[in-house]
Ligand binder design. Structure first.
Ligand SMILES: O=C(O)C1=C[C@@H](OP(=O)(O)O)[C@@H](O)[C@H](O)C1
Ligand SMILES: C=C(OP(=O)(O)O)C(=O)O
Length: 432
């Protein structure tokens, strides 16, 4: 087991908000200024794409990002393929942006992204008039010819996905009339908050238990000054690491706690975890707090599938917490985890089993019988884990390594740089 995690740390800016800051800044007329932007590879892919379509985006020496936008409807034809790397958010949201502009774009990605389903955005964007030539199974690489004018649609989301919702809303920005998205299950609402913040006419109504979001097209966006809060999905690794490591008492400052993102904390508290929210405040229209996390004995629970969308990226590290809890943790309703950077149910089941945990994999979730706080036994030379180009697997299994007798060996730590380039350094700092 590792030494305790103590002191105060800050995790980098929120990935979802960072992507949207660049996209909306590039679609506004004038200068948007962003502090706390996540400088991970995924967000940098979005920045490069917006530059390729005409925005002027500069990182100043102070760390502030300055974006001079071109205005909704005025994106330029990119000269080369838009290289999306590992980033599903960049790809799906930008497909929405391009879909209602009079330009075409080729989207390419790495081996992981090239396996992920794009049909979920191709479908509604085709209804709006965009045309696609995709690789077999509706995957990258694909070519998108935008429609201008595009046709406003009403679209009920068949999967709980903030990326699909956002793609349609972003396409609606340059579409005359009202584009309506119906969300049976609420997902992260950063797009709604930020589109409003940039001056788009957007309404949200609750009708018969569903969220109905309307955006008025041919919008003019006004540039903004944005302070990006710390990413709760990045903080999650430190929350779990501190809960599992004896003697830990760690402060994680400035963590975004939008209710559509924060369900992990409730689940960990229900398991017996000591996670306090200090100094609750508002940063850039998002609730934020400092978290104080103390080592705690955890008990397994049955996780309500209804919370899944509000912690969708946190399941890999929750599975690590479950592997060290007393008793059994059951999860279900997690089919979406199979189409992330890797199949996160099977990748985590394999990785945790190698580390010595007792895991049963079902179609839509994992059941994990925890050690009751004893270190994971693993193998003498350390469990050899394959991360499948998935940053969240790499970081989750690094946390599992802290709580294991012989450590964990990751085949590839490079994917961590997609969302959390300072993860290893911060872990060393907190454990020093
Ligand atoms: O909209 C976003 O910024 C995101 C939405 C989620 O994806 P889905 O919409 O595919 O669930 C999440 O997994 C991803 O990390 C970021
Ligand atoms: C699923 C994720 O990201 P994306 O879909 O943007 O690749 C993630 O960060 O866990």
């Amino acid at each position: 087991m590792s030494g305790p995690l103590t002191g105060a740390i800050r995790v980098p800016g929120d990935k979802s908000i960072s992507h949207r800051s660049l996209m909306l800044g590039a679609l506004a007329v004038g200068e948007t200024r962003v502090t706390g932007l996540l400088e991970g590879e995924d967000v940098l892919a979005t920045a490069a794409a917006m530059r390729a379509m005409g925005a002027n985006i500069v990182r100043e020496d102070s760390g502030t990002w300055s974006i001079h936008g071109v205005g909704v409807g005025s994106l330029l034809q990119p000269e080369a393929a838009l290289e999306m790397g590992n980033s599903g958010t960049s790809t799906r949201l930008l497909m929405g942006v391009v879909a209602s502009h009079a330009i075409s774009a080729v989207f390419t990605g790495d081996a992981s992204l090239s396996k992920r389903p794009m049909g979920r955005v191709i479908e509604p964007l085709s209804q709006m008039g965009a045309q696609f030539e995709a690789s077999p199974g509706g995957t990258l690489p694909l070519r998108l010819q935008g429609a201008c004018p595009a046709v406003p649609i009403e679209y009920r989301l068949p999967v709980a996905s903030a990326q699909v919702k956002s793609a349609v809303l972003l396409a609606g920005l340059n579409t005359a009339g009202i584009t309506r998205v119906i969300e049976p299950v609420m997902t992260r609402d950063h797009s709604e908050r930020m589109l409003r913040g940039f001056g788009a006419e957007l309404s949200v109504e609750e009708v018969d238990g569903e969220r109905v979001i309307e955006i008025h097209g041919e919008a003019t966006l006004k540039p903004q000054t944005i302070e990006v809060p710390g990413d709760p999905s990045s903080a999650a690794f430190f929350v779990v690491a501190a809960l599992l490591t004896e003697g830990s008492d760690l402060i994680i400052e400035n963590v975004g706690l939008n209710p559509t993102r924060a369900a992990l904390l409730g689940v960990l508290r229900e398991m017996g975890g000591s996670v306090e929210e200090l100094n609750r405040r508002d940063v850039g229209g998002e609730p934020v707090a400092d978290l104080r996390v103390r080592h705690s004995a955890l008990t397994g629970i049955k996780v309500d599938p209804a919370v899944a969308p509000s912690m969708i990226d946190e399941f890999p590290v929750l599975f690590v917490a479950a592997a060290l809890a007393k008793g059994t943790t059951r999860t279900s309703g997690l089919d979406e985890l199979r189409v992330k950077e890797s199949d996160r149910l099977s990748t985590m089941a394999t990785a945790l089993t190698l580390a010595g945990a007792q895991v049963e994999e079902a179609e839509d979730g994992l059941t994990i019988h925890g050690t009751g706080g004893d270190p994971l036994p693993g193998t003498e030379e350390g469990a050899q884990v394959t991360t499948h180009l998935d940053h969240r697997i790499a970081m989750s299994m690094a946390v599992a390594g802290l709580a294991s007798r012989n450590g964990v060996m990751l085949d590839d730590t490079s994917p961590i740089a997609t969302s959390f380039p300072t993860f290893m350094a911060l872990l060393e700092e907190a454990a020093a």
